[in-house]
Design a protein around this ligand. Structure first.
Ligand SMILES: N[C@@H](CCC(=O)N[C@@H](CS)C(=O)NCC(=O)O)C(=O)O
Length: 310
């Protein structure tokens, strides 16, 4: 029997929304584990061994970090409807990566301009808002954010580019939805849902609003809430799944079985340490043990992550 999918996330996380919508698109049942928006995240980190970004997917004692990898795992679990239409596989991944790494920070710089930040923070209370600001600034390593005027003009230009694709087809890679749609959706979802008084930026691109409704139709609602301590018990009582036998792609000169450290290339670089079990052409797997989580396999995509000898 397939073990349940647990998504460790919080409601306002755009990257979590990307996965929630994909779960809806694929009609997969899942359980929600609410995690803190800022560090410390002791229960999440017990599972990941250090990685702190949101969301994280857990299936028994297998922990999947980063939405690029989570999307691949969901595709494997439920191949239809596909996220990677046959004729546009490369384009889908390239466009999804553009949306996650280029569109997303620009949209968030726009969303968090003072008028947007005030609105988001007013729901949190002063102390929580201060802690959130300090956490994110530490996470970015003090890197400056785009100024509001630059973010506005750039976001507008990116929206026009997306809109020009949607003039001729219902989804970004053609007649059917693909990963590219879910990646472009989540930053725009944040604008519409969390800073609605700034969503007039979308008025100039009505095709995007129509497309937004098409993606919103994939219902991602979930009924089961699982606490983070229950999630730890689930991993402690499970065994990681056997790894698929894939070619070991060693570009570092680090052998399987070595103690390694893996961390994101940029922002949120909290490392995970453990035993390297696999380094395939697309992913790393590390075994790590925690007194509460038990022995788990933590999986990362290769793109965007760095591996070192511990
Ligand atoms: N490349 C990552 C990016 C994830 C990301 O930036 N998530 C944000 C939330 S939307 C985050 O981790 N924020 C800090 C946190 O939640 O601690 C992915 O695709 O999963």
């Amino acid at each position: 029997m397939q073990e349940s999918i647990l998504l460790h996330h919080y409601p306002v996380s755009p990257f979590a929304e990307k996965i929630r919508r994909i779960l809806g698109f694929k009609n997969l049942a899942w359980s929600s584990v609410q995690i803190p928006m800022i560090m410390p995240k002791p229960d999440l980190v017990a599972l990941t061994g250090g990685h702190r970004r949101t969301p994280v997917m857990q299936i028994g004692a297998d922990i999947y970090c980063d939405t690029a990898l989570i999307s691949d795992i969901l595709e494997h679990l439920a191949p239809t409807p596909t996220l990677y239409p046959d004729h546009e596989k490369g384009l889908t991944r390239i466009l999804a990566q553009w949306a996650d790494t280029i569109l997303f920070p620009v949209a968030m710089a726009y969303n968090f301009q003072p008028k947007g930040a005030e609105h988001v923070f007013s729901k949190m209370g002063a102390e929580a808002a201060k802690a959130f600001g300090a956490d994110r600034s530490a996470m970015r390593g003090g890197a400056p954010r785009m100024s509001p005027p630059e973010a506005t003009i750039t976001y507008k230009s990116y929206l026009r580019r997306l809109s020009s694709i949607l003039d001729n087809q219902p989804f970004l890679c053609g007649d059917q939805p693909s990963l590219a749609d879910f990646s472009a959706f989540h930053p725009i979802w944040f604008t519409i849902n969390n800073v609605p008084h700034l969503s007039h930026i979308l008025d100039a691109t009505p095709e995007i609003l129509k497309w937004y409704k098409r993606i919103s139709a994939f219902d991602s609602s979930t009924k089961l809430e699982v606490t983070s301590s229950e999630a730890l018990k689930i991993s402690a009582n499970a065994k990681p799944k056997a790894l698929v036998d894939e070619i070991f792609e060693d570009v570092h000169g680090i052998g399987l079985g070595s103690q390694v450290i893996i961390h994101a290339e940029s922002f949120g670089v909290e490392p995970t340490q453990g035993k390297l079990l696999a380094a395939t052409k697309t992913r790393f797997t590390i075994e790590q043990t925690d007194p509460r989580a038990g022995t788990v396999n933590v999986h990362f995509p290769r793109n965007g992550f760095m591996l070192k000898q511990a």
